[in-house]
Design a protein around this ligand. Structure first.
Ligand code: UD1
Ligand code: CA
Length: 457
């Protein structure tokens, strides 16, 4: 097999997006477009991935990190000029170079693999990935001769009326013989409507010098969508979302209303889990099997075990065990660890806290900066007082503790194993294990006192 290289074009501003955010960083299903492209390319056996950056260079670089090498295109003079920037890294190397635009987020590794295969089988110097689409407006058109051989690509803006009627488009993805590519690039001119150096012109240059130029047409026309404006962005979002949802359903996940369920591309979900409407799963989230998520739950960067229920709740950057019951209306904030069989109920907020096995905070609580042991019961309305206006302090609640309703645990404080805090207490000192702690004013009943108040008319 020949050596493979890849060049990703990602230097453009994306004027048509009308955005402060550079085009290739606009997210589709929560992931920047260029990241989608790179994630697919890394599945192929590529020696060297080079991303051409320009507008928003630092941001693109920090997004992709070590996954790519970078070359800088100072002025965006066109797609051919963009590829030329990789000259120092690639020119002279023997192999096949894949060129992909950073604004085609739906392209799949399988399709690019087929493109490579076709290119090799045809011993071509260039192979264009094409698609036949209903509305080709804006795309470059594939011009073929009377025998059906590819002749050239004409950009929409440069095309004649007749050429604009052609439905076969350039998807912006190509395979080139690396050496032939860089030789041809030096002959590309900017003599066209946009005054740009067009990469597609390489096709005609190679063809004219007698090289084999082919096209590989994909049926998966939805994959080839180039996102130039927000209308196309929404279209890409819809297609990607359906693709992701369908994959999970095929893997044994029930999605009750796919049109109202939003799953990020890197989310993993176990079999027989049911997703109810309004569920949003983002980032690096893993959900186990036989869970019930939603309705209306948002979960980001969490690891969730099996058989867990999360209803009408939000959870971020936390781990949640198996057989856990969360919600409705709970908020699990970052760095929390909710262990197996825990119950986090109505209007409970957890922040940076460990909640040990089978413990319960069923109603109206705030537990922040806390280590809660196993089998603890936190009564309705109890809170950790973790903040003195300047610093945060730790609350430790050991195994088997019972916290009565509406208690304030003023941190730093430890409630020892098996202790019992009476309802309404404000605890400011440590409570020894097995002790009963009452920290509230004693009740006084003044018999027949109301009469003396003389309030009654
Ligand atoms: C391009 C193709 C067109 C094809 C379409 C597919 C050209 C001239 N036209 O058109 O035939 O049908 O893609 O989606 O190639 N870029 C740079 N540097 C530049 C110019 C562009 O890095 O100087 C990058 C952009 O950031 C973008 C990609 O190249 O990611 C494509 O550029 P864009 O302006 O979107 O090209 P299209 O007009 O869509
Ligand atoms: Ca484009």
């Amino acid at each position: 097999m020949s050596k493979r290289f890849a060049v990703i074009l990602a230097a453009g501003q994306g004027t048509r997006m009308k955005s402060k955010l550079y085009k290739v960083l606009h997210p589709v299903c929560g992931k920047p477009m260029v990241q989608h492209v790179v994630d697919q390319i890394t599945k192929l056996h590529i020696e060297e991935i080079i991303t051409v950056i320009g507008h928003g260079a630092d941001l693109v670089k920090s997004q992709l990190g070590e996954q790519s090498h970078y070359v800088f295109q100072e002025q965006q003079l066109g797609t051919a000029h963009a590829v030329v920037q990789a000259k120092d890294l690639l020119e002279g190397k023997e192999g096949i170079t894949l060129v992909v635009c950073g604004d085609t987020p739906l392209i799949k590794a399988e399709t690019m693999e087929s493109l490579f295969k076709h290119h090799e089988e045809q011993s071509a110097k260039a192979t264009i990935l094409t698609a036949s689409i209903e509305n080709p407006t804006g795309y470059g058109r594939i011009i073929r001769d009377e025998n059906g051989h590819v002749e050239k690509i004409v950009e929409h803006k440069d095309a004649t009326e007749a050429e604009r009627k052609i439905n076969e488009i350039n998807t912006g993805t190509y395979c080139f013989d690396n050496q032939a590519l860089f030789k041809a690039l030096s002959n590309v001119s900017n003599d066209n409507v946009q005054g740009e150096y067009y990469l597609p012109d390489v096709i005609e240059i190679l063809k004219k010098q007698g090289d084999t130029v082919t096209a590989f047409q994909t049926d998966e026309f939805e994959e080839t969508l180039g996102v130039n404006d927000r209308v196309a962005l929404a279209e890409a979002e819809r297609i990607m979302k359906n693709r992701i949802n369908e994959q999970h359903m095929r893997n044994g996940v029930s999605i009750v209303d796919p049109s109202n369920t939003y799953i990020g591309p890197d989310v993993v979900i176990g079999q027989d889990t049911v997703l109810l409407p309004g569920t949003i799963l983002k980032g690096n989230t893993t959900i186990g099997s036989e869970c019930m998520i939603g309705p209306f739950s948002e979960i980001e960067d969490c690891e969730v075990g099996d058989n867990t229920v999360i209803r009408q709740s939000a959870a971020f950057k936390s781990s949640i065990g198996s057989e856990v019951n969360i919600g409705p209306f709970a908020h699990i904030r970052p760095d929390s660890s909710i262990q197996d069989e825990v119950k986090i109920g109505n209007f409970v907020e957890i922040k940076k806290a460990v909640i040990g096995k089978a413990s319960k905070a069923s109603h109206l609580s705030y537990i922040g900066d806390a280590e809660v042991g196993a089998d603890v019961n936190i009564g309705c309305g109890s809170i950790t007082v973790n903040y003195d206006g300047k610093n945060k302090f730790l609350t430790k609640i050991e195994d088997g503790v019972f916290i009565g309703c509406n208690s304030n645990l003023v941190a730093p404080v430890t409630i020892g194993k098996g202790a019992y805090v009476a309802a309404g207490s404000t605890i400011t000192n440590n409570v020894p294990g097995e002790a009963l702690s009452i920290a509230r004013a004693r009740q006084v009943n003044k018999e027949n006192y109301v009469e003396k108040l003389n309030l009654k008319k």
